[in-house]
Write a protein that binds this ligand. Structure first.
Ligand code: DP6
Length: 331
């Protein structure tokens, strides 16, 4: 039974993906830009043709429920895309909490797509792997590349123009991220459900779609200029806009905890003391703080001292997905 192992880093969007133009193919309503993290990593082993085993193991345990159903459906879709009708199974490990708004599904689905291609001996470039990973979880399209990554909205109905490209390598402009964990359990409303609900019911959704191209253009310029102030300012505005449309859904979806706001205030406080740091928040209460590597200790200590922050994680920017065992699918 062939098998292969691959790993991929989580990524954090600084210009967010929120809303789909096609739910089945995971085609986004807007483009997005993220950084890939080197220290929050998922590893997936994929086996081909193992009919007896559980489909999805996480940390040695059989995964059940929605995540398992979603992974089984993804594996059933992925196999034929890579030229097999044999059953695929996967076993996943992550260096960080899963399902808590830390982009675990991006790292996991990306690692699974790469490991499956490797296990099947398929010849697939990163661009196609990005599009294959996207169908598992939209944000997984970005984890295939390291550093600064843009996932393009695309126009085509078949999604062939909706994959990621790298804007800047991870070593070109080293930055760091501190994650302030304010709640360790699973998130309340999965991003997939929240996105659909927001698109259907939020009176502000149309304004979000309209504003996104300007944020993307400004972010590309800021990244090219290595301008942390501009990157951080755009990221905070874009994050707040995403949460504003989410608050405006009927009924509202509120991802923030009181400590989320306290952590945001602490980040603003750092800036008034001359330490450049900027927050972003995804579909959960955790606050992710972007800063330069020389400020990471100050930022981590400040965030750890915020009442309600349970613990902090740190990461540098990381590289693209890699095969650990098995043939590399790309040249
Ligand atoms: C808030 O990629 O998890 O993190 O495509 O339905 O699997 P699905 O959603 P997912 O959504 C991520 C949303 C976000 C913003 C982002 O990562 O761009």
């Amino acid at each position: 039974m062939p098998d292969a192992t691959a790993r991929a880093g989580a990524n954090v969007a600084l210009v967010k993906y929120w809303g789909k133009r096609d739910e089945e193919r995971n085609l986004p309503a807007v483009g997005s830009i993220s950084i890939t993290l080197g220290d929050l990593v998922a590893t997936a082993r994929v086996r081909v043709g193992d009919t007896g085993a559980a489909r999805f193991l996480g940390g040695g345990e059989v995964v059940s429920g929605t995540a398992a159903d979603r992974m089984a459906a993804y594996l059933d879709w992925l196999g034929p895309q890579l030229g097999t009708n044999e059953r695929l199974t996967t076993e996943v490990e992550a260096t960080f909490p899963v399902g808590a708004g830390l982009a675990s599904s991006a790292a996991i689905h990306c690692a699974v797509a790469v490991a499956a291609a490797s296990a099947l001996g398929a010849c697939v470039d990163r661009s196609r792997l990005s599009r294959l990973a996207r169908v598992g979880s939209g944000s997984a399209a970005r984890s295939i590349y390291g550093g600064w990554v843009e996932w393009h909205r695309g126009e085509r109905d078949d999604g062939e123009d909706s994959g990621a490209t790298q804007l800047l390598g991870e070593d070109t402009w080293p930055l760091a991220m501190v994650v302030a964990i304010v709640h360790d359990g699973p998130k309340e409303v999965p991003s997939r459900d929240a996105m659909r609900h927001v698109a259907r019911t939020s009176a502000l959704y149309a304004a979000w779609i309209e504003a996104q191209p300007d944020d993307l253009a400004a972010m590309r310029t800021a990244i090219a200029a290595r301008d942390l102030t501009a990157v951080g300012t755009i990221a905070e505005e874009n994050c707040l806009r995403m949460h504003a449309i989410t608050f405006a859904a009927r009924p509202p979806v509120l991802y923030w905890a009181p400590a989320t706001l306290a952590a945001m205030e602490a980040v603003r406080g750092l800036r008034t003391r001359g330490c450049e740091a900027y927050f972003t928040i995804d579909a959960g209460p955790q606050v992710k703080v972007l800063c330069s590597p020389q400020n990471v200790d100050t930022v981590a200590e400040t965030m750890a001292a915020v009442p309600g922050v349970v613990r902090t994680l740190r990461s540098t920017l990381g590289g693209g997905a890699e095969v650990l065992e098995g043939p590399t699918p790309w040249k």
